[in-house]
Design a protein around this ligand. Structure first.
Ligand code: ADP
Ligand code: MG
Length: 239
């Protein structure tokens, strides 16, 4: 069984490949090397936890993986596409179609209902309002919020808001789901709910990268990468 899973990990195609990626801010004596020759390959079906001290480059790496930011040097391939060759419009399309984001502070629109928040990423996807509503309803059911589609964020608990954000993140079936400290603002019971949801999504084949400071959160992932000074100093496979 373990041998088979290990073999499959090799067969699964690489979703994201960072090759010698650096990201520098500022210049001269104020220059900060947020990323310094980072190498990382994420295969389809991976569940990677990213750990490391504050300032070690975790969020910068997530922003680059998520095409929210571009490397200063090095290359990034997402689903076989060289991201550095794409203009800003193509990058925005790629972000919308291939990437899902979950943040610590849910980033939901306060005036929009749960279903309206989840429908947002489909605005550009060229499908009818009725189909969008149907897909958003399904996504909310998938995260256990079938009864809450009409609630606004301030009518939902923190854990429920994060589940709305997760439904929004998976609505276009992204190649990669990126979560930057998704449980950082949640209590331990709610954290457990959200982690169980990530486990389910992982079992359904979603490729997931999650930044966390907490060992028990990282323990749920398939692999753990430890960042220091803008690159990975240790990467281990857990299960
Ligand atoms: P982490 O998420 O691991 O805490 P970050 O990726 O946010 O780390 O930051 C890595 C380093 O890059 C830090 O030294 C941080 O101060 C710096 N940094 C991040 N974003 C910027 C920015 N927009 N301008 C200047 N420095 C930045
Ligand atoms: Mg960070």
């Amino acid at each position: 069984m373990n041998g088979l899973l290990a073999d499959q990990a090799h067969i699964n195609h690489p979703v994201a490949v960072l090759n010698e990626v650096s990201k520098h801010y500022g210049s001269g004596i104020t220059k900060v090397k947020a990323l310094d020759n980072l190498n990382l390959t994420i295969h389809q079906g991976d569940y990677l936890a990213v750990m490391g001290a504050s300032g070690s480059g975790k969020s910068t790496a997530m922003n680059i993986l998520g095409c929210l930011d571009r490397p200063t040097s090095g290359s990034y391939q997402l689903n076989g596409l060289a991201v550095e060759d794409l203009d800003d419009d193509a990058l925005a399309d790629l972000r919308n179609q291939e990437l899902g984001f979950v943040f610590q502070q849910f980033h939901l629109l306060p005036q929009a209902t749960a279903i309206e928040n989840v429908m947002l990423p489909m605005v550009y996807a060229g499908i009818s309002a009725e189909q969008r509503r149907e897909k958003a309803t399904d996504a909310l059911a998938r995260v256990g919020l079938a009864q809450r589609t009409g609630n606004r964020p301030n009518q939902l608990s923190g854990g429920q808001q994060q589940r709305v954000a997760i439904a929004r993140a998976i609505i276009n079936q992204p190649a990669l789901l990126l979560a930057d400290e998704p449980t950082g603002a949640l209590d331990s019971k709610t954290t457990e709910d959200v982690l169980n949801l990530f486990d389910d999504l992982h079992k359904q084949g979603i490729t997931l990268v999650l930044v966390t400071h907490e060992d028990d959160v990282a323990a749920r992932a398939k692999r753990v990468a430890r960042f220091r000074d803008g690159h990975i100093v240790d990467i281990t496979t857990q299960h």
